[in-house]
Design a protein around this ligand. Structure first.
Ligand code: IMP
Length: 207
């Protein structure tokens, strides 16, 4: 089965591609499927935004499309930046600017506990939808550490490993990350879905 990956974030695409290709699923990027869709993330939950992205690319390409909506939820900031993680601080900031702003906004605040959330959604042209969620808990470091990964990785600290996400190899990160966990749960649902006879499939999953 061929799936289109509905994302324009190259680093996220590499993570999704690496994990999904281990499932024996053939993935292609939007450009390879001949689509270029700008999706406005108007949802207030990771589930809503993930569905919006997957549905738009599925409709444009005519192929099953899979999207991840993810973000960082910090407890002492009431769950912010959450679904606004990619837009935290406005358009002018890059990844470094965003995590610096986060550190600034957390000055003197406790606790520094946080979690990454990822919701993976796959929309099929027949209207079927499969969705899975993964979370990874940690704390926000006082200063960035490490060079790997992307986004908030340099400040997302895993107390049990005494490392940030940015200090892990890609393999180590995928094994414990929110996206890795969401994809593992997604894999089980996809395998179950593919085992169902066509008729049952349509009535089994929400559209
Ligand atoms: P979106 O899902 O494309 O709306 O953006 C999610 C945003 O959350 C990214 O741009 C990052 O800022 C952040 N994010 C999501 N997953 C990760 C991760 O694994 N590491 C670091 N930052 C992440």
């Amino acid at each position: 089965m061929e799936l289109v990956l509905a994302s324009k974030n190259p680093k996220k695409l590499v993570e999704l591609d690496t994990i999904l290709s281990q499932l024996g699923v053939q993935v292609c990027f939007e450009a390879q499927a001949g689509v270029d869709v700008e999706v406005e993330e108007t949802g207030t939950t990771f589930e809503e935004n993930s569905l919006l992205k997957a549905k738009a690319v599925m409709k444009a390409s005519g192929l099953p499309a899979i999207a991840d909506d993810s973000g960082l939820c910090v407890d002492c900031l009431g769950g912010a930046p959450g679904v606004y993680s990619a837009r935290y601080g406005g358009e002018g900031l890059d990844d470094t600017g965003r995590y610096r702003l986060l550190l600034e906004n957390m000055k003197g605040q406790m606790p520094r506990t946080a979690k990454f959330v990822s919701v993976i959604t796959c929309c099929f042209p027949n209207g079927d939808v499969i969705s899975a969620r993964g979370e990874c808990s940690g704390t926000i470091a006082f200063a960035p550490m490490g060079e790997g990964g992307f986004g908030y990785d340099p400040v997302f600290f895993l107390p049990e490993l005494k490392k940030t996400f940015a200090q892990l190899t890609a393999q180590e990160k995928n094994a414990i990350s929110h996206r890795g966990k969401a994809l593992a749960a997604f894999r089980e649902k996809l395998e179950e879905y593919l085992r169902l006879p066509g008729k049952t499939r349509e009535s089994t999953y929400e559209t």
